[in-house]
Design a protein around this ligand. Sequence first.
Ligand code: MET
Length: 541
Amino acid sequence: GTGNSTGTRPHLITTPIFYVNAAPHIGHVYSALQADVQHRYSALCGERSRFSTGTDEHGMKVQQAAFSLGLDPKEFCSSVSLKYQTMFNALDISYTDFVRTTESRHIEAVNRFWMILEERGYIYKGTYEGWYCTSDEAFLSEGQTAERCNSEGKKIRVSLESGHQVHWVSEENYMFRLSSLRPDLLQWLQTDPIHPSVFHRVVSHWLEEELPDLSVSRQRSCLTWGIPVPSDSSHVIYVWLDALVNYLTAAGYPDPNLAPWGPATHLLGKDILRFHAIYWPAFLIAAGLPPPQKLLVHSHWTCGGTKMSKSLKNVVDPAECIRRYTKDGLRYFLLRHGAAERDCDFTHNTVCTLLNSELADALGGLLNRCTASNINPMQHFPHYHHESVPTTTHDQLHSLLKNLQKLPAEVDHWIRKFQVNKALESIDANIRRSNSFFQSQAPWKLQKGVEKEACWKDSVLYLTLESLRLYATLLLPAVPELATVALDRLGVPPNKRTLKGNSFFAATRGESCSFQGQIFGPDRGLLFPRLERSKKNTVRI
Ligand code: MET
């Protein structure tokens, strides 16, 4: 890693902190979910991590949103921030810290950070002339903007990247010596911190050119809702400097008893790549701190093929989705269907098809089949009998076990590469293999009275139950509740729900397996009831 002073600090995993100008939608939920998976997965592997999220409450955009609703910004922020917390709790997002930029611990961190940048000579007073995009809270050069017609046919200037309107700004600002940090950024890029690699290439392309210095304050006359520059209260600190420092706040900065800043993994959407891949590492390096270890970047969700927007009324409401699909249904769909490197589409029918096929039929069906009392009257993991394997099944069994043994490493690879969809795809492919194995061996036909058949039936059940134990364990980060229900049903003790030192299929290798004879937990019904596809045109999403 790039961090020093890392030794004892647990890894920090973060989501962006969300603007409170509007309630959470599926895109915000997706960022939080992806971070949640990283955090839960590292716990499953026995690693220590912390996980912070929060709300971004200062700046022009929030100030205007509060103003247009006639609300006091502070109260407005508290009410929307609470909506994020409520939504994340409803989705089992296991954050260990929630940072609000209006909290005093954060304001202290920003003040301290600003003073250090100033002391180290990275801040000077200058004049900013250029465009400002309030929607994105971004300073843009001429070349990053273009003229477009708005919906009323009027010519306006917009950001090329986001399409949002920009305004001309010419004012005295505090400037940050971003231009001087290009070599450091290039060096950081060589540690391969940005995943997936498409986004690494975008950043490396941006760094081919000289960087302009960055304006890091606004005149108090146009922006009041923010943190004043410590040494000059006629200026307010640029909201992105304020917001990015939240990651330091979450790490306990500037507590002198803590190492100032350890290894961090930041999750983010591709629309805020520049802020995280250029500004943030530059700020950290300027302050003498290590740049982030990893940036995991994801793409966006569209709805029925078009970009979600408030005016099109096609913003997918996560609360509505939880009601329809259950919390874990929504989690599974977003993680399984979404992909970091490309935009993905959300439609009701895709959700139903995917969840019915993978959670209800494949996973739920497999669990049902080998725990049903007619096939498993003892309600336990039977013993595995090596010598009972029919000769005609040797090859099939061998390849099944080979795939299963590779699965944990495969899942590990995809999760660490930030391709959780691929991890879930691998799990699903194996669940299907287990189902066809079970089907082909037809244990319900094997005769109790014939010893060899009875032993093989036990072995088929053992193999299927062990594979389910593996699937449910691997699914804990993505669908914690569903996986827990499955593990409860299988009777897996809580201290065995880990990937650390857990040996699956031990009996097939002639090792002792503590699961042979393990009694199931109570039957709580279907793991995931099938969803109804909506009739045409009834509901729009
Ligand atoms: N508030 C920003 C957004 O929602 C993210 C800030 S992360 C430091 O895009």
